[in-house]
Design a protein around this ligand. Structure first.
Ligand code: AMP
Ligand code: MG
Length: 196
């Protein structure tokens, strides 16, 4: 079922899940501040509950809503690559739900580089958790048609065209002391070192 931007924002605000385009892959989105909504991601994807979710924010200023520390190396990475296919894993603030962080002491954050995703974040005023919009262990979808083929017609899809990157984001964790680690390679890893 295809839905409009306005309908997607309304559904997210009501605690429902919506498949959304990003530049990496299509995500199955839910309000990152609503545990009941987040549970729907896990049940829809049949994803194990201890797998943490990446929270999509619209602006670097929102990092402080979620992260207890934002060391200089992480700030530099965010400034160099956001909006873009880089996820930063940072120490989480205490209030951040254990559901979204899969019981980890950290929170994963990304500003997606997709006009429809950014418009949705701004219109809804929400931050959204959005793992790939496919069943756990299946291939990640890069078009609205892929999402429908994998999850069925009952899942509302905001169609934003084909994903330009087509693979999951690079993930870098940065500890409070600035020590960093590449957790998942991706499109950005090759050029990353030159920029840090
Ligand atoms: P994705 O399946 O693309 O949504 O990415 C989720 C992956 O991001 C997880 O399987 C972890 O590897 C990583 N990740 C997300 N959140 C965290 C976190 N809080 N701490 C450590 N790794 C995380
Ligand atoms: Mg996936």
């Amino acid at each position: 079922m295809r839905i409009s931007l306005e309908e997607a924002a309304a559904r997210l605000s009501r605690g429902e899940v919506v498949a959304i385009p990003t530049e990496t892959v299509y995500g199955l989105a839910a309000d990152a501040g609503n545990d009941e909504a987040l549970q729907k991601i896990f049940t829809t994807k049949q994803r194990p509950a201890d797998h943490p979710l990446i929270v999509h924010i619209s602006d670097i200023d929102q990092v402080s809503d979620w992260a207890a520390a934002f060391p200089d190396v992480a700030v530099n990475l965010a400034k160099a690559f956001w909006p873009g296919a880089l996820t930063l894993v940072l120490p989480a603030k205490n209030h951040v739900s254990r559901v979204v962080r899969g019981n980890e002491p950290t929170i994963a954050l990304r500003v997606p580089n997709h006009p429809v995703a950014l418009a949705l974040l701004k219109l809804s005023g929400l931050s959204v958790a959005a793992p790939s919009a496919n069943l756990f262990t299946q291939l990640s979808p890069t078009t609205a048609e892929h999402v429908e083929a994998g999850l069925g017609d009952a899942i509302p899809v905001l169609d934003g065209g084909a994903c330009t990157v087509g693979i999951e984001s690079t993930i870098v964790s940065v500890a409070a002391d600035g020590q960093w680690q590449l957790l998942r390679p991706g499109m950005i890893s090759e050029i990353g070192r030159a920029h840090v």
